[in-house]
Write a protein that binds this ligand. Structure first.
Ligand code: BGC
Length: 533
């Protein structure tokens, strides 16, 4: 299948130019790795958070499990789309048993106009009650005085950027992934949640707050049966992020008293939540198209978390939808559809997409001439986020001759009828957008692995590979999230991308990317056993 099927050479070139905006050269990848490490170092040194470098949040988790841990713990997990509660029983032999309950978070509570933290956390507390009632009724039946003496310990996986000052305190820096409850920003989310649990008279005490990536790292370390060290836990799902163990001496911003206390207990490393979604918020390196700019302008956290907005599941479908609209406006696809006046106001930016310095010139919708004998688009084509990344994965694997799966997906998601050529082009767009995402992901992975020096290599200040004192080991990267798990070819492209980094073919083969299921449940349970008071 190729664009050669497009007869008009001008049109073909215009489409090729649009697709080429998503290409990333090897040089860019390598520059990205060096810049990523620089932003990690700045984040480790600066006490105050800034959008100019990676947040690099100390997790206060200092023990990496080895599979021998035992006991029952409760974990609450607020991720992208769902709120989940689980009780995990660690068997001490790399295995565990788990009961869980999951509920999709109500969008009114999550980002509605009147969303408040009080209502939101009260809602989470109600889910905890429901779970206990179903699976651990015993605790609800104990007398109040017994329970206040001996409440159930729960860890809270809160997968948003926080300023964490101890194992059980974290003030929200900002919401991501479509959440927007303004009054929670700047507050300690453990206090907010604990207050709601207490109000609901639940016998539960939050003992640790953690991030899903920290959980993924712990879960993989607990479950793996290999001798390899897990050097990174990463999520590629609705959002993206990574956590890794850093030497205490390198975490320059850590309170010296805390460092001295930990060192006196023999601690050498602490897990850092990088919050890499915020890599390069100043856009010094990241490839930027007008579609990326528009997606960013549609979000409640515009101007930040720009790396995430090019990689994760929440955004890929939206990028593709905007490319489709642009190609249509430039008469390159879907030529049997007109742009109706009534739809103009539904477009972001009031009908015209912001101008970028990219080679594509986008025509303002308001100036666009109507075409005769054409149909109107369904409102879905103009509805933000109407094309999901799950839709893209179905398009990506479509190998039928007429691309009939793609036809169905576009009909279902956007209510459009397509020609074979339209579908061919949209499939190419899907491929370009997802390839770019996976290659960007490999920059983050390579940078963290090189920062740890675990494969026997690191980068010098001028970006050259140098040998480290560390052993030349095979390392594991535990990954979780729907994109890396289910998006066709995503993991393969990450591996391809790793070969293009400074690690090259030879050294990137020392990185095993393993699907680490359920970090935010099992990993969170492990958190209750992985810190020093
Ligand atoms: C959040 C991170 C989280 C990641 C994956 C991002 O939007 O900022 O804290 O780890 O999503 O869930």
């Amino acid at each position: 299948m190729s664009l050669e099927e497009i007869d008009d050479i001008q049109e073909r070139r215009a489409i090729e130019r649009t697709l080429a905006q998503f290409d990333i050269s090897q040089e860019t990848i390598q520059k990205g790795v060096a810049y990523f490490i620089k932003q990690m170092e700045e984040g480790l040194s600066n006490e105050t958070y800034s959008n100019d470098f990676l947040p690099m949040i100390p997790s206060f988790i200092t023990h990496i499990p080895d599979g021998s841990e035992t006991g029952l713990s409760l974990a609450a997990d607020l991720g992208g789309t769902n709120f989940r509660i689980c009780s995990v029983n660690l068997n001490g032999d790399h295995t565990f048993d788990m009961e869980q309950f999951k509920r999709k978070v109500d969008t009114t509570l999550m980002n509605g106009e009147d969303a408040t933290s009080e209502e939101f956390f009260a809602y989470l507390a109600r889910q905890v009650r429901y779970f206990l009632n179903k699976h651990h009724k015993f605790y609800l039946e104990k007398s109040e005085s017994d329970l206040s003496k001996n409440p159930i310990k729960m860890s809270f996986t809160f997968s948003f950027p926080i300023n964490q000052t101890s194992i059980d305190k974290g003030t929200l820096i900002r919401w991501t992934k479509g959440y927007n409850i303004p009054d929670a920003v700047g507050k300690d989310v453990v206090t907010l949640f604990q207050y709601a649990l207490d109000e609901a008279k639940l016998p539960v005490k939050i003992v640790a707050i953690t991030n899903d990536t920290v959980g993924t790292l712990l879960a993989n370390s607990y479950s793996t049966l290999t001798q390899s060290k897990t050097v990174l836990g990463a999520i590629f799902g609705t959002g993206t992020n990574g956590a890794y163990p850093e030497k205490l001496e390198n975490i320059k911003k850590l309170d010296p008293k805390i460092r001295a206390h930990l060192e006196s207990k023999g601690v050498k490393d602490m897990i850092i939540n990088t919050e890499w979604g915020s890599f390069d918020n100043k856009l010094e390196f990241l490839p930027t198209t007008i579609y990326d700019e528009t997606v960013d302008s549609e979000t409640s956290n515009a101007g930040v978390h720009l790396f995430e907005k090019r990689i994760s599941g929440m955004f890929l479908g939206e990028i593709v939808r905007l490319v489709i609209l642009d190609l249509h406006r430039r008469k390159l696809i879907l030529n049997n559809y007109e742009l109706g006046e009534d739809t103009l106001k539904n477009m972001s930016g009031g009908g015209s997409i912001r101008k970028s310095d990219s080679s594509t010139t986008l025509i303002s919708l308001t100036n666009y001439p109507r075409r005769p004998n054409t149909k109107r688009f369904s409102h879905l084509v103009y509805t933000e986020w109407s094309l999901s990344t799950e839709n893209l994965s179905r398009i990506q694997v479509d190998d039928s001759t007429e691309l009939s799966v793609t036809e169905l997906v576009l009909e279902e998601a956007l209510h459009i009828n397509t020609t074979y050529l339209d579908r061919l082009i949209i499939k190419k767009v899907t491929n370009a957008v997802s390839q770019r995402a996976a290659l960007l992901a490999s920059i983050a992975i390579a940078a963290v692995v090189l920062k740890t020096g675990r494969t026997g290599l690191t980068l010098s200040d001028d970006g050259q590979l140098v040998q480290t004192k560390h052993n030349d080991e095979i390392v594991e990267v535990g990954v979780d999230g729907a994109v890396v798990e289910f998006y066709p070819g995503f993991r393969k492209t990450i591996i391809k991308g790793l070969k293009l980094t400074q690690l090259g073919e030879q050294y990137s083969s020392k990185i095993e990317i393993v699907i680490a299921k359920d970090g935010s449940g099992v990993g969170a349970a492990l958190c209750t056993k992985s810190y020093i008071e």
